[in-house]
Each structure stands twice: as structure tokens, then as C-alpha cells.
Write a protein that binds this ligand. Structure first.
Ligand SMILES: *[C@@H]1O[C@H](CO)[C@@H](O)[C@H](O)[C@H]1NC(C)=O
Ligand SMILES: *[C@@H]1O[C@H](CO)[C@@H](O)[C@H](O)[C@H]1NC(C)=O
Ligand SMILES: *[C@@H]1O[C@H](CO)[C@@H](O)[C@H](O)[C@H]1NC(C)=O
Ligand SMILES: CC(=O)N[C@H]1CO[C@H](CO)[C@@H](O)[C@@H]1O
Ligand SMILES: [Zn+2]
Length: 463
């Protein structure tokens, strides 16, 4: 705990104090383009459990964030929107895979996701960057084909599950390169459905199934690297490979049936598992008290009492009651288990966390960071593009450790400093007591107190 605090404390970007200039004119030297790739449902520990030679090769030349702390609900749509806006779900408005607006009776679901109504609370980076004269592309990233605040990326592709990774990549590379008539894009986002699909179907504990799916994902990473190499983009592009969330193993023994606690006439169901959203029909208090004691592995919250740490309260589309299942538990109204793997649970659970790997001229080489917030990815991308970020919930404080040309103390160095300072204190104290305990002893002792410890640039221990 103390080390994390110190890490956050020491890890600061020296040259980031100066914000990028505002204004709509682009720099004379255009920064390297950024390609953001998401492999849906890539749980952080797959990196340790499975052989992924291409991905390993990628981050060994760049950086690795072992766990990305994503946002609640740990679902695909909310987290993809957080990655490109830097906002918590309550602030960007894409709260879950299923949403409902009582005033207009509008509904949102993965197959009915194109109404700008749901997306207009935020502006993804592929639109934000347009304001600075950059062109952008969005390849099936959630929201790509939506006219958010009346705009789309310069290039985009409607969602089409039958398009192969190679086909998607081919278009993205074409957009990045541009031609005589159309300039290449500065930012592109690329989405791929695996290993999420396999994780849901077989569960993340099925090593056979996951090894097979991840082998294919790793082959796609190989394809990505060779295609960037072939076109001369490798080394000139900042490539970020990440994901939206992890996956938990579910089982028929861990099932919560709402109908055993409450008649379905008593509420309108907006979303079901692992975070259920309900609108009580009449007596909210009575419905809530029944749900509260419904199951030991399910927590019921009135909207007003949803914990701060979830950043999931201040939005009109959060329903009056939400139910959150414990890790690996599934909420149904009645019947059997729908799938062997699921996500959406509390975003502090390691099983819900994805990873992040990046390589390119903007990144350090052979560096790894244990954790980063997924809301920090947006300010990081803005920094790489030399554009000021829009209002967001992230920061560059941690992410700057990943950047080349930024001075940043590593964890090892911080441990070194802490141990060094303690040793020095002990030695000096011992030495002092050994020399002579005089009455005026308190004076010199006070002088070695660390009252200047934030001024680490002057600390000779930093070397
Ligand atoms: C969006 O564009 C349409 C038609 O081009 C226009 O009628 C509408 O006012 C625009 N909406 C906003 C929010 O700019
Ligand atoms: C694991 O997945 C494979 C498919 O890859 C399937 O044939 C097998 O039955 C699954 N095993 C278990 C224990 O679910
Ligand atoms: C997140 O950022 C938005 C936009 O700046 C802001 O309105 C909101 O209060 C922030 N949320 C938190 C928890 O700081
Ligand atoms: C608490 C509550 O509202 N209970 C009602 C649930 O629905 C049944 C059937 O419609 C009613 O009889 C209950 O009063
Ligand atoms: Zn999923």
C-alpha cells in the first residue's frame, strides 16, 4: 500500500507541466499517428497463463501495463467508451449493454446502439481530434458508426461481424497511409471480438478453449506487426494494444433467481446480469427490502446509495435499483445458467481487468508498469497526438512513466530510495547515539527529518 502511494507520488512527468497549446492550427511537425487496438475480453492474467509469442515480442520492444483498472460496469460498451473519452460511465452515459430512458421510452442494446441520444454526453477522441485539424478513423469500435454530436470519424466502418481481422486491418492501414488525394489519419481505433466470445461460451477456466482462442488472437497480433512492418509504419507509429475487460468463470451452482424473491410484476427489468437494473412498479421501498435480502451473493443498492468508488450514480439512466452479483455469480429471473463466462462485475476485481501493451517512438522500451487506470488512456493518446485533452477523469501522472523522453522513477528506484533513506536515518541515529547523547541532542536530529521529501530532483539518492 505504502509503495503504491510512493509510486504514485514519485512518478511524475517532468516535462508535462506545459500543456499542449490550444487553438485549431496543427503543429508544423505532425506527431506520429496512434493506432489503438482492442481485443475484447482479454483478461490480464491470460498473459501469464498462455503462450502469446507475438504479443510478448510487441511489448518487449515497448511497454506493458500488467493490469488496467477499468470502469464499472465492466462491460464492453461502457469500457470502450471510457478508453476513448477518459470518462467514467456515469459521465459518458454508456452505462451498460442495455439501457432504458423512461421519458422517451428509448432503448439501447448491442443490436440497437446507433441512436446518438445515448452517445452525445461525451465526445470520443476520433471526434475531438478533428477540432485540431487531424483526421481520424474508427473501425467497428463501439460508437464508430454513430453520428455523435452530428459527426463521425473521417473514416469509419459499420459493425459487421463477418469481416475478418485481416480485412479490418487492411482498411485501417489504408486509412493510416492515405494517398495523393487523402491524407493519412493521425488516430485510428480497431476492434476485434475475441477472446470475449470464447470466454463467454466456454469460461476462462477452460484451458483448451482459451488456448485455442488466444493462439488466434496472437496470430492477429502477428499480422498487425507484419502489416505495419511491410507498409513502413512500424517504428513511425504509436501502437497501443489493449482490451475493455476481463472474464470470470460462472457455474450452474452459482445462480441467483430473482423470481424466488419477487414477483416480476413488481418491477420493469432494464438489465440483468451480473449487474441488474430495475424500475420498481409501485412501492420502491418494499421492492428494495425484498431484493436486499434476496441472496447472500447479490448486493442491492438504491441509486442514491451506490458507493462513490464505482463512479456510477450521477446519470439519469442509472435506474432506481441496481443489483450487483459477486464474482462468478449469475442473476437470472428463472431458469438455468446462460453462459460459462461473464463480466460486468465490480471493477476492483482482478478477473475483470484487461492489460495494455504499447510500442512506438513515443514509448519507452522494455518497461512495465503494474497498474494503470483505463481512464488514463485518453489523456495519454491526446499527449501522443500533441492535442489538449477534453474534460476527463484520467491523468498523465502514472501514464507518463510509459513515455520515452519523460523522467520517471521506477518502482525499483522508489524502493531503493525508501530503503536508502531508512538506512541513512538508522545509521545517522545510531551514529549520533553512539557519539554522545548531549542535552542539545534534539537539534541536529531534527535537521535530518524529511521535510523536503517532495523536492526529489535535488535528492542525491536519485542519482
Ligand atoms: C445535426 O444535423 C442536422 C442535419 O444536418 C441538423 O438539422 C441538426 O440541427 C444538427 N444537430 C446538431 C445538434 O447540431
Ligand atoms: C472446453 O472447451 C472445449 C472446446 O474447446 C470443449 O470441447 C470441452 O468440452 C470444454 N471442457 C469443459 C470442461 O467445459
Ligand atoms: C469526471 O469528469 C467529468 C468531466 O470533467 C466531471 O464532470 C466529473 O465530475 C468527473 N468525475 C469525477 C468523479 O471526478
Ligand atoms: C412488494 C410488492 O410490490 N409486491 C407485489 C408484487 O406483485 C404481486 C403480484 O402482482 C402483488 O400481489 C404484490 O403486492
Ligand atoms: Zn463480453
Amino acid at each position: 500500500m505504502l509503495l503504491w502511494f510512493l509510486l504514485g507520488f514519485f512518478c511524475g512527468c517532468s516535462s508535462l507541466a506545459a500543456e499542449p497549446q490550444t487553438g485549431t492550427d496543427v503543429n508544423s511537425t505532425t506527431p506520429p499517428p496512434v493506432l489503438l487496438v482492442s481485443f475484447d475480453g482479454f483478461r490480464a492474467d491470460y498473459l501469464k497463463r498462455f503462450s502469446l509469442p507475438n504479443l510478448e515480442k510487441l511489448y518487449s520492444q515497448g511497454v506493458l501495463v500488467e493490469q488496467l483498472t477499468n470502469v464499472f460496469t465492466t462491460k464492453t460498451f461502457p469500457n470502450h467508451y471510457s478508453l476513448v473519452t477518459g470518462l467514467y460511465a456515469e459521465s459518458h452515459g454508456i452505462l451498460a449493454s442495455s439501457m432504458y430512458d423512461p421519458a422517451t421510452h428509448k432503448k439501447f442494446s448491442p443490436s440497437q446502439d446507433s441512436d446518438p441520444f445515448w452517445w452525445n454526453q461525451a465526445e470520443p477522441i476520433w471526434l475531438h481530434a478533428l477540432d485540431y485539424g487531424l483526421s481520424t478513423a474508427a473501425m467497428m469500435w463501439p460508437g464508430s458508426d454513430v453520428y455523435i454530436r452530428n459527426r463521425t470519424a473521417t473514416h469509419f466502418q459499420n459493425y459487421n461481424s463477418t469481416m475478418t481481422f485481416q480485412q479490418r486491418l487492411g482498411l485501417v492501414v489504408k486509412w493510416l497511409l492515405g494517398d495523393e488525394k487523402v491524407k493519412g489519419v493521425s488516430f485510428a481505433a480497431l476492434y476485434w471480438e475475441e477472446p470475449d466470445g470464447t470466454g463467454h461460451k466456454y469460461g476462462p477456466d477452460n484451458t483448451t478453449a482459451m488456448a485455442h482462442a488466444l493462439k488466434q488472437v496472437d496470430e492477429n497480433v502477428g499480422l498487425l506487426m507484419s502489416e505495419l512492418n511491410r507498409t513502413g509504419l512500424w517504428g513511425r507509429i504509436n501502437l497501443i494494444v489493449t482490451s475493455d475487460h476481463g472474464m470470470a468463470q460462472c457455474s450452474p451452482e452459482r445462480i441467483i433467481r430473482l423470481n424466488s424473491c419477487l414477483h416480476p410484476d413488481n418491477y420493469t427489468l432494464v438489465d440483468l446480469t451480473p449487474v441488474a437494473a430495475l424500475i420498481p412498479t409501485n412501492d420502491t421501498e418494499a421492492v428494495f427490502s425484498l431484493l436486499k435480502k434476496c441472496h447472500p451473493h447479490m448486493t442491492a443498492y438504491r441509486k442514491e446509495a451506490i458507493p462513490d468508488k464505482l463512479h456510477y450514480r450521477n446519470n439519469k439512466h442509472i435506474q432506481p435499483i441496481i443489483l450487483v452479483a459477486d464474482e462468478g455469480w449469475t442473476i437470472v429471473q428463472q431458469g438455468e445458467l446462460p453462459r460459462l463466462g461473464d463480466h460486468g462485475y465490480d471493477n476492483t476485481l482482478p478477473s475483470m481487468h484487461p492489460f495494455l501493451a504499447a510500442v512506438g517512438p513515443g514509448f519507452r522500451s522494455g518497461y512495465s508498469l503494474p497498474v494503470l487506470q483505463s481512464v488514463d488512456v485518453y489523456p495519454l493518446v491526446c499527449h501522443l497526438l500533441s492535442i489538449p485533452p477534453g474534460p476527463n477523469n484520467g491523468s498523465l501522472a502514472q501514464a507518463c512513466c510509459l513515455l520515452s523522453g519523460e523522467s520517471c522513477s521506477s518502482l525499483t528506484m522508489v524502493i531503493g530510495i525508501v530503503v536508502g533513506v531508512l538506512l541513512l536515518l538508522t545509521t545517522l541515529t545510531g551514529l549520533f547515539m553512539f557519539i554522545k547523547p548531549r542535552p542539545s541532542a534534539s537539534r541536529p536530529f531534527q535537521r535530518i527529518q524529511l521535510d523536503d521529501d517532495d523536492d526529489d530532483d535535488d535528492d542525491p539518492l536519485l542519482g
